[in-house]
Ligand binder design. Structure first.
Ligand SMILES: C[C@H](NC(=O)[C@@H](N)CCCCN)C(=O)O
Length: 611
C-alpha cells in the first residue's frame, strides 16, 4: 500500500526550509536544546553562591565586614525556599496563561536584578541588601525552572523529552559543581563581592541566551505555523484557573508525592552530609565536600543517559521508584547500621558509597520525574503542573530540612536524624510503588516510551481539517503529518520513521516509495489507553470504503466499522489518499487496518476538549 497525500502544495502553506534552517530538523532542535539548558545555568550557579562562600560569610574575624551569623546565613536559603512554595504554585498557571516569552523575560529579569542587588550588598557589606536581592532572585529562579520545563515541552513533547530534561539537569548540576569548585577560592583571593559578581555575570549570559532562544522560537512559530495553532489552541482551551490544580489526576499526585518525599530526604541529607561524614565517619571536611560534589557529578552524567534510555525504552515510573528505593535502602542501612558504617575502613569508601547511592537516586529521580509531569496532565496545564510539582518539592525540602535541624538539636545524634530520613525515604518508595501500580491499572502511560503527539501538532492538523478526530478505547494514534518536519524519504527523519515502523513489526515498508509531500505516520503511544484519541485520516476511511465496495467479505467488515467510526461534527474530507500499489506497502496497510480500524470508537474528542 502506498500512503500518499495531495501532492499540490496547499495555498498559503508556509515554506519549510531545509536542513538546519528548518526548525523541525534535529540539528535545529539540538541547538534549541542547548539554549534552553543554558537559560537556567546562571540561576543554578547563583543559587549556590552563598553555600560556596560560606567560610567567608561566617568568618568571625573582626576584619570581615560581611560577617553573618549562622541564622542569617541559613535565612538566605529559607528566603529562597519558603516563598517559592507559594510563588511556583501560582506562577506555573501564569506561564500557561501568558506564554513562555513574556514570563521568561520577566523571570529572568527578576533573577538577574536579584543577583545584581546581592552583589551590591556584598560590595556594600549590607546584609539587608543581600536578603532583598535573594528574595527577588528567588521570586524568579524557581519559576524560571518551571518556564524552562514549558519550553522543553513545547519543543520536545513526543520526541526525546526525557533526554531534553536530562540535559537541562546536566547544565543545572554543572552550575552547582562549577560554583562549588571555583567560588571558594575566588572569594578567598578576590573577596566575596567577586564571587557574587560572577553569579551576576552568568545570569546576564543566561539572559542573552534566553533572548536568542525567543527569537528562534518565534521564528519557528512562524515557519511551522505554530502561532496559528496557538491562537486556535487558545480559542479552544484556556487555562481554566488555579482551582484546576486540585482536579489533576491521582497519577499526578502520586508522582509529586514521590518526588516531594525523595527530594526532601536527599536535599536535607546533603545539607548535613559534610558534617555527618566528619562526625560519624571521621572524614575531614574537604573530603566530605568532595563526596558532595561527587553526588552532583554522578547526577550530571547520568541524567541525560537515563533520560535518553527512558525515551526509547519507557519505564519512567519504574526509574522513579528505583530512585526512591535506592534512598530507602541507603538511609535504612545508615540508620540501622551506624556502627558498621562508622567502623568500615577506609572511611572514604563509605563516604563514596553514600555519595554514589545519593547520586544514583538523585539522577533516577530527577531525570524520570520531571519529563513525566507533562505527559500525565492535559497539555494546557503543563506550566501549572510543573509549578505545583516544584512547589511541593520546595515544601518537602523545607519541611524535612527543618525536621533534620529540630531532631538534631533535640537528640544531638545523627542516628535519630537518619532514622527520620529513612522514614521519609521508605514513604517515598511506597508512594513510588503505589504510583506504578495505579498507572498499570489505568492507562499505563507513565512507563510507555515517549511517542506522544504534541498538542500543537494535533491542533494544527485538526484546524487544517485534514483529519477527523475521534476518541477510541482502547487504542492507537494515527496521524497524518503533512508538511511537518522533513519530507519522508531518504532523510534522517524518514530513516527514523522506517526504523520506528520496523520496531512495530512493519518490516516490509518501503518509505522511499511514499509520496514526498505527505505521509501517514503511525504512532502507537497510547495503545491500550482507554482515554486516548485517535486521529483518523479521512482518506484511510475512503480506502476502507473502497475496499468494502470491492470485496463482499470485507463489505460486512467495512459497514460494521463504518458505524463505529465517529468524527466530530463539521470535519471535512481530507484530500489525503491511501492507495494500494503493491506488496511492499501492504505491511503498513495491514497494520493500519489491524491496529486502528478494528477498534471501538467512541465520541468526539473535540466535544470533550481533550487531546
Ligand atoms: C530540577 C530540580 N530543581 C530543583 O530542585 C530546584 N528546587 C532548584 C534547586 C537548586 C539546587 N542546586 C533539580 O535540581 O533536580
Amino acid at each position: 500500500m502506498e500512503v500518499v497525500g495531495t501532492s499540490e502544495p496547499e495555498q498559503g502553506s508556509p515554506k519549510v526550509e531545509k536542513g538546519f534552517a528548518n526548525p523541525a530538523s534535529d540539528a535545529h532542535r539540538y541547538i534549541i536544546l542547548v539554549l534552553i539548558c543554558m537559560v537556567t545555568f546562571g540561576s543554578y550557579f547563583s543559587y549556590d553562591v552563598p553555600g560556596a562562600t560560606v567560610a567567608q560569610l561566617l568568618d568571625p574575624r573582626p576584619d570581615n565586614k560581611m560577617h553573618m551569623t549562622s541564622l542569617q546565613y541559613n535565612l538566605l536559603y529559607s528566603l529562597y525556599a519558603w516563598p517559592n512554595v507559594i510563588i511556583v504554585f501560582i506562577g506555573g498557571y501564569f506561564i500557561d496563561l501568558l506564554g513562555i516569552a513574556i514570563t521568561g523575560v520577566a523571570l529572568m529579569s527578576l533573577v538577574t536584578i536579584g543577583q545584581v542587588i546581592m552583589t551590591a550588598g556584598a560590595f556594600e557589606h549590607s546584609i539587608r541588601l543581600l536578603f532583598l536581592g535573594r528574595l527577588i532572585f528567588a521570586s524568579g529562579a524557581e519559576l524560571l525552572i518551571v518556564c524552562q520545563g514549558a519550553m522543553i515541552f513545547k519543543w520536545f513533547n513526543g520526541k526525546e523529552m526525557a533526554l531534553a530534561f536530562g540535559f537541562s539537569l546536566t547544565l543545572a548540576r554543572l552550575g552547582s559543581i562549577l560554583c562549588f569548585a571555583f567560588l571558594p577560592s575566588v572569594a578567598e583571593n578576590h573577596g566575596i563581592p567577586a564571587a557574587f559578581g560572577l553569579g551576576s555575570i552568568f545570569c546576564m549570559i543566561s539572559f542573552v541566551v534566553l533572548g536568542i532562544f525567543l527569537v528562534l522560537d518565534s521564528r519557528a512559530d512562524r515557519v511551522l505555523q505554530r502561532n496559528q495553532v496557538q491562537e486556535s489552541y487558545e480559542e479552544t482551551i484556556q487555562p481554566q484557573g488555579l482551582s484546576e490544580a486540585f482536579k489533576l489526576s491521582p497519577s499526578f499526585w502520586l508522582c509529586v508525592s514521590t518526588l516531594m518525599t525523595n527530594y526532601g530526604c536527599l536535599y536535607s541529607f546533603f545539607a548535613i552530609s559534610i558534617d555527618y561524614m566528619h562526625h560519624v565517619l571521621g572524614l575531614p571536611s574537604q573530603d566530605g565536600g568532595y563526596e558532595l560534589t561527587l553526588v552532583y557529578n554522578i547526577s550530571m552524567v547520568l541524567a541525560p543517559i537515563v533520560g535518553g534510555i527512558l525515551d526509547v525504552q519507557g519505564g519512567r515510573g519504574l526509574v522513579t521508584f528505583f530512585g526512591a528505593a535506592t534512598s530507602a535502602i541507603l538511609f535504612c542501612s545508615l540508620s540501622w547500621m551506624p556502627p558498621l558504617a562508622a567502623s568500615a575502613k577506609p572511611a572514604i569508601s563509605v563516604g563514596t558509597a553514600i555519595a554514589v547511592a545519593c547520586g544514583i537516586s538523585l539522577a533516577s529521580l530527577s531525570s524520570s520525574v520531571w519529563p513525566t509531569v507533562p505527559i500525565i496532565v492535559p497539555a494546557h496545564q503543563v506550566g501549572m503542573a510543573i509549578g505545583v510539582a516544584q512547589s511541593l518539592q520546595n515544601f518537602g525540602v523545607g519541611v524535612s530540612t527543618l525536621g533534620v535541624g529540630y531532631i538534631y538539636d533535640q537528640s544531638g545524634s545523627y542516628h535519630a536524624v537518619l532514622t527520620y530520613l529513612s522514614g521519609i525515604a521508605v514513604c517515598s518508595a511506597v508512594l513510588g510503588a503505589a504510583w506504578n501500580v495505579y498507572d498499570k491499572a489505568t492507562d499505563g502511560v507513565v512507563n510507555r516510551m515517549d511517542v506522544g503527539v504534541s498538542a500543537e501538532e494535533t491542533m494544527l492538523l485538526e484546524k487544517s481539517q485534514k483529519i477527523m478526530m475521534v476518541e477510541v478505547a482502547p487504542m492507537a494514534v494515527l496521524v497524518v503529518r503533512r508538511k511537518f518536519y522533513e519530507e519522508i524519504g531518504e532523510g534522517e527523519i524518514g530513516m527514523k520513521r522506517r526504523d520506528y515502523y520496523r520496531s512495530l513489526g512493519i518490516t516490509d515498508l518501503d518509505v522511499a516509495s511514499h509520496d514526498k509531500s505527505s505521509y501517514v505516520d503511525f504512532v502507537p503511544p497510547l495503545l491500550q489507553n482507554p482515554t486516548s484519541s485517535v486521529l483518523v485520516p479521512d482518506a484511510v476511511e475512503e480506502e476502507r470504503e473502497r475496499e468494502a465496495e470491492s470485496s463482499p467479505d470485507k463489505q460486512n467488515y467495512g459497514s460494521s466499522l463504518g458505524s463505529s467510526i465517529g468524527g466530530p461534527p463539521g470535519s471535512s474530507i481530507s484530500r489525503t489518499r491511501v492507495s494500494q500499489s503493491g506488496p511492499v506497502e501492504s505491511g503498513l496497510r495491514e497494520a493500519l487496518l489491524a491496529k486502528t480500524f478494528r477498534l471501538p470508537l467512541s465520541s468526539s474528542v473535540r466535544e470533550k476538549q481533550q487531546f
